[in-house]
Design a protein around this ligand. Structure first.
Ligand code: AMP
Length: 471
């Protein structure tokens, strides 16, 4: 048992951890925390959902405790730890977590990201903060405005480094890193160790300890993955049908483009589904509001693009839909990682039209699993009643939405006996294949999903068979 008590954290940090209700350390925490406490650089392969924020922030806070003071002088609160993330939402999420861990200490944490007024951020920076969480672009603005002074930084975290490179932040990162003292601890976390990531690490990390708890390219064992062969024009109907059949109360719906995201969200909203959209063209304020509404259960479907949704930690999302198969197979893993978090069961549903089969084959290759297709009969959807947006209390509802309280999930998966997510976070998921249906042991695994599969869903066809019919 990897208990937090064996770390001998400062009592103020230990108290905050105890309040979080964590029973034991996750694998990334058990491995990374002692290394970071010892002052070594770390190169960690870990995805969000593994507890990696605590894995780097707790030991950094512990090391900074010696600097905590109650002085009101900004000079006594220089930036000592810098955490860089690719998106505003992630930066906000990480800062919120760091603030929770630091709440009984006198260490201060602030977050800066673009799309928001610089002035309040500037005021906060001027008061002095020990931990600064930031997206690269906005941090550079503050560096140029001389509101962020980084010459006393002792610790740097490059979180979601692969994504930062994908987005094209490398030049910004290089500039930021050039402002930092050479003598420092650098931690790099990335879902994968691509050659570019290795190059970044070899330029900026010194003798890093490599920690790889999450074998990359695998999906969580708690997520049941279903693929449906659906024509482009039928996807919306298919989505509604599956929501209804499986009584899914909340889901992420991923699309590949901002325009597609806005369109789909609008049309689902017109159909009476409580929907919000999350994509890069939305203002920061709109994005945070959409996310908040989804977290509170005021919105059932969050239609989003990859960049906007990357790494968001929203507990207990029962399902993820790939309305579009992602262009990049790695995004498939990130997307479906939004469900089945922290040991809960989740459902990932993907719609693939004939033109997507190559992308599906890429996913098969990356995840090293055989993907079988389920044929979805869409007849029943016609009977799916539409409700007017002004039903009852004026709130748009789905027909199946009869909950009395803010219950987040009506797709009630059976809890696994232990907590396999933290034991084996990225063990390959067992695909529901046609042969599974008669297999008693896998039937137990699949019970919550299979029990609600409609008789309209016909036996699956293999990907290969689909290739034959379409090429
Ligand atoms: P992260 O991977 O840092 O985004 O964390 C994912 C979620 O796991 C967050 O909601 C954390 O609060 C939660 N978490 C972090 N550490 C633990 C732990 N040791 N036990 C249970 N949950 C944890």
């Amino acid at each position: 048992m990897n208990s937090f008590s064996q770390l001998q954290l400062d009592p103020h940090l230990a108290q905050a951890v105890a309040e979080m209700g964590y029973e034991s350390m996750t694998p990334i925490q058990a491995q990374a925390i002692p290394v970071v406490l010892s002052g070594q650089d770390v190169m960690g392969a870990a995805q969000t959902g593994t507890g990696k924020t605590a894995a780097f922030s707790l030991p950094l806070l512990q090391r900074m405790i010696k600097h905590e003071n109650s002085s009101t002088s900004p000079a006594r609160h220089p930036v000592r730890a810098l955490v860089l993330l690719p998106t505003r939402e992630l930066a906000d999420q990480v800062a919120q977590q760091v603030k929770l861990y630091a709440k009984y200490t006198q260490l201060r944490c602030a977050v800066v990201f673009g799309g928001m007024d610089m002035k309040p951020q500037t005021a906060e920076l001027k008061r002095g903060v020990e931990v600064l969480v930031a997206t690269p672009g906005r941090l550079l603005d503050h560096i140029e405005a001389k509101t962020a002074v980084l010459n006393q930084v002792e610790y740097v975290v490059l979180d979601e480094a692969d994504r930062m490179l994908d987005i094209g932040f490398l030049p910004d990162l290089q500039r930021i890193l050039s402002y930092l003292p050479k003598q420092r601890t650098t931690l790099l976390f990335s879902a994968t160790f691509s050659p570019e990531i290795k190059r970044l690490a070899s330029s900026y990390l010194q003798n890093p300890v490599t920690i790889e708890v999450a074998r990359p390219n695998q999906t969580a064992s708690t997520v049941t993955q279903l693929f449906f062969n659906v024509n482009e024009d039928d996807k919306r109907r298919a989505l509604k049908l599956i929501l209804k059949q499986k009584e899914i109360s909340q889901a992420f719906v991923f699309v590949n483009s901002k325009l597609g995201c806005a369109r789909l969200a609008r049309s689902l909203e017109k159909d009476g589904l409580r929907t919000a959209a999350l994509h890069g063209d939305k203002s920061q304020d709109e994005r945070l509001k959409a996310l908040e509404a989804f977290k509170k259960g005021e919105v059932d479907l969050l239609v989003c693009t990859d960049v906007a949704a990357r790494g968001l930690d929203i507990k207990d999302v029962p399902a993820v839909f790939n309305f579009d198969v992602p262009f990049n197979a790695e995004d498939y893993i990130h997307r479906i990682g939004r469900t089945g978090r922290a040991g809960a069961e989740g459902l990932a549903v993907s719609f693939a039209s004939a033109s997507d089969l190559r992308l599906v084959a890429d996913i098969e290759k990356l995840t090293k699993q055989k993907i079988d297709f389920t044929v979805l009969e869409l007849e029943e959807e016609r009977a799916f009643p539409r409700r007017s947006r002004s039903d009852d209390d004026g709130r748009p509802r789905r027909d199946s939405d009869e909950r009395s309280g803010p219950s987040r999930s009506r797709f009630t998966p059976v809890k696994p006996p232990a907590d396999p997510f933290f034991d084996k976070p990225y063990e390959a998921s067992v695909q529901p294949s046609s042969s599974d249906v008669n297999d008693a042991s896998s039937q137990a695994d699949m019970a919550p999903v299979r029990g609600s599969i409609s008789p309209n869903i016909k036996p699956k066809r293999k990907v290969a068979a689909l290739f034959k019919t379409t090429t």
